[in-house]
Design a protein around this ligand. Structure first.
Ligand code: SF4
Length: 335
């Protein structure tokens, strides 16, 4: 992996134990994330996209060690975060922040905006206490909240404003990487666009790097430089945004894209309706995890798991057909 990577995730697994029997022993695991590797360059926005339960949010939480990963390596600025003691990891969170989906649930309703941000600065020892009020007022202005609102409580703001406060809280400790976990999913479409534009503006101003987690391909298209597609705990495709949206190289990506309505009334899109449900992450299929729902599946897919294969510069896909150069989406017709 290249040296200008800010974050490198290597063979990350996040298995959650299932306890059973009278002794409460571990009888099995939910394999929420199963051996994934990727890197994010400084200043980049990389999105992880996939259906609910694909492991995208679990990956974000594992990177910040909000849930302890089962195994793997998470290297941030050359240091494996999994080697850090809990206390050291807490101070490391100054550099790695998270913005959550539900701003209301993530803000303490009893605290004022000032108290919420000041607490975050206090934990990370940012600026002398006497200077914090001014700094907080400045940050609030930066995210589009008037400094006169500094002593208000979260319930006095709209959903979009609360998400701006969530962004301000992440920003006030001067982070390098922000994990945005479905950060605009709970907002109205017009407010979503405003918050996405704000995130882009802040990225330039503060040289931020984003890991953006979303189920919404429209949002992902707006914000990303590169996109990672996950299915049932595995990465099935990684590509720069243009390649992913214009020439997807995995049947699952293709199905996801086919569900986005076209804005051009002359363009008739062939929508791929995936059959069945996502299999259980407790006992995932042994071959390709997408086998049971893939319209292109053939015998080999059932028994042999495809590895990520380099399709072109900046685009990788885990599919046996792509590996053989046999994927022909253009001529695919849904049944
Ligand atoms: Fe479909 Fe087979 Fe490719 Fe998996 S490996 S995505 S089942 S064609």
């Amino acid at each position: 992996m290249s040296t200008n990577n800010l974050l490198e995730v290597k063979n990350l697994k996040q298995y959650f134990p299932i306890k059973g029997g009278i002794f409460g022993r571990t009888v099995n695991h939910v394999k929420a994330v199963d051996d994934i590797s990727f890197a994010i360059k400084e200043g980049e926005t990389v999105s992880i996209v996939g259906e609910s339960g694909c492991g995208k949010s679990t990956t974000g939480r594992a990177i910040l060690r909000l849930d302890e990963p089962y195994s793997g390596e998470i290297t941030f600025q050359g240091e494996n975060l999994l080697d850090l003691r809990k206390k050291d990891m807490r101070s490391k969170r100054k550099d790695l922040q998270m913005i959550f989906q539900d701003p209301y649930a993530s803000l303490n309703p009893r605290q004022t905006v000032y108290q919420i941000l000041e607490e975050a600065m206090e934990i990370q020892n940012i600026a002398p206490k006497a200077e914090r009020r001014q700094k907080i007022a400045d940050i609030l202005q930066t995210v589009g909240i008037g400094a006169h609102q500094i002593d208000r409580h979260p319930h006095e703001f709209s959903g979009g404003q609360r998400q701006r406060i969530g962004i301000a809280r992440a920003l006030c400790v001067n982070p390098k990487l922000i994990v945005c976990d479905e950060a605009v999913s709970a907002l109205d479409v017009s407010v979503q666009a405003q918050v996405l534009n704000l995130l882009k503006k802040l990225q330039k101003e503060f040289q931020l790097t984003y890991l953006f987690i979303s189920h919404d391909l429209g949002v992902v298209r707006h914000i990303s430089d590169r996109v990672i597609v996950m299915y049932l705990g595995k990465i099935v495709e990684i590509a720069d945004k243009k390649s992913l949206f214009e020439t997807p190289q995995h049947p699952y990506t293709y199905a996801l894209l086919s569900a986005i309505p076209s804005t051009d009334i002359d363009v008739k899109k062939e929508r791929i309706i995936l059959k069945g449900d996502v299999p259980s992450p407790i006992d995932p299929p042994t071959g390709c995890r997408f086998y049971s729902r893939c319209p292109f599946a053939f015998d080999r897919c059932k028994n042999e798991a495809p590895e990520l294969h380099q399709v072109s510069e900046g685009q990788q896909s885990a599919c046996h057909l792509v590996e053989k150069g046999m994927m022909d989406y253009a001529n695919y017709k849904a049944e």
